[in-house]
Design a protein around this ligand. Structure first.
Ligand code: XIL
Length: 363
């Protein structure tokens, strides 16, 4: 009898501590639950590794890093490749994560066939290109209707050059500005409930920011169904300054639109926007204490300000999972290891993680 009581008592204690343990595993998503969802860009392959556990523990939103882009998902006119996107969508559903779609129209990772007449081999007309864009958007958005809650509809259409408004991509050369407005309207027709974003980088640059704001105001004035602006957030140890980021977030907030940080990472190298060859000066690829500290400082500034603008920022997504692999390992310098994320290659939280989550005001 006594023994039975002890056994029951022990079982009770175990059960309690087990329930406790189940309740307490906090991740980024829990730390920032009063502010915004916290997302991560993933590949279908990563979901089959130990990174899957980290994703479920830490994040409550995902973005396919490449799987839903035009090239990978629609490699030729009559062929869609759904496998990657579907497996990411299934993982998100199974584990209760939100899913952002990325991206419906971009100048990179876009298949050649879109712009070429298969019979004549010549560049297609505006009418043909817009029809192809419509078919693409309608098919992809319809497939993920109800699963993808927000789409990056148009990515990086604004020029980086000071005296140039739009990027002279093939989209722009063939269609003029119209492709942007059309893309939003077609996405909205295919899924009226999806949030629709314009996504770009380097908004901390005042000239580029003003151009983006001008375009968004134009779209709004025309009644285009745009829900918000995605700030990619590919930053580095030397930017953004607190003042730069504060005024960027303030300016976009004043548009009264939803804002999301869509591709956050903080490179441990000073910011460069263009790809280049690796040089002798790129020899030091260590994650030194100095780089670590500078990265911590930028991460702290970012999250302090994201929290300040929580009314307008609904989501913050990291671009890749851990320092085991980042697209910055090959950009802007091929083969130069970077360490831009909050988890190291062993998937352990870095100091930056503890710094941005320790603040009392997160609770
Ligand atoms: C990157 C991916 O991470 C890489 O794997 C791929 O080779 C190139 O594209 N801005 C974007 C993202 O909007 O789609 C890019 O993703 C990074 C820059």
């Amino acid at each position: 009898m006594k023994l039975r009581n002890i056994v029951i008592g022990m079982a009770f204690i175990c059960q309690c501590s087990h329930t406790q343990a189940q309740k307490t595993p906090t991740g980024l998503k829990d730390h920032f639950k009063n502010y915004f969802t916290v997302g991560v860009a993933v590949s279908p392959q990563a979901l089959k590794t130990d990174e899957a556990g980290l994703i479920v523990k830490e994040f409550n939103s995902m973005t396919p890093e490449n799987a839903m882009k035009m090239g990978p998902i629609h490699p030729s006119e009559n062929q869609y490749n759904w496998a990657g996107g579907d497996s990411i969508a299934a993982f998100a559903k199974r584990n209760g994560l939100k899913l952002r779609g990325h991206c419906l129209c971009w100048h990179n990772q876009t298949p050649r066939w879109l712009f070429i007449d298969s019979v004549t081999g010549k560049q297609v007309t505006k009418e043909v290109l817009l029809q192809r864009l419509k078919d693409h958007i309608t098919t992809v958005v319809s497939r993920y209707k109800g699963t993808v809650y927000a789409w990056d509809v148009v990515n990086e259409a604004i020029s980086d050059k000071k005296d140039e408004y739009m990027r002279p991509s093939l989209w722009y050369q063939i269609c003029g500005e119209e492709f942007i407005e059309k893309a939003f309207r077609w996405a909205h027709e295919a899924d009226p409930n999806a949030l629709l974003f314009y996504n770009d980088y380097n908004e901390i640059d005042l000239v580029k920011r003003e151009k983006i704001i001008r375009m968004i105001k134009d779209l709004k004035a025309k009644g285009v169904p745009i829900s918000g602006v995605g700030l990619q957030g590919h930053w580095a140890i030397n930017e953004p300054s607190k003042g730069q980021l504060d005024s960027t977030l303030k300016d976009f907030s004043s548009l009264g639109l939803n804002m999301q940080i869509t591709e956050l990472d903080i490179s441990v190298y000073p910011k460069e926007h263009n790809a280049r060859e690796r040089q002798a000066t790129d020899v030091d690829t260590s994650f030194s204490t100095e780089k670590e500290q500078k990265q911590i400082d930028v991460y702290k500034t970012c999250f302090e300000l994201f929290k300040k603008y929580k009314k307008n920022i609904s989501s913050v997504t990291f671009w890749n999972i851990s320092d085991r692999h980042s697209w910055l390992d090959n950009f802007p310098v091929r083969g130069r290891k970077d360490y831009p994320l909050l988890f190291d290659a062993q998937l352990k939280p870095k100091k930056a993680y503890w710094e941005i989550t320790k603040s009392e005001s997160n609770k």
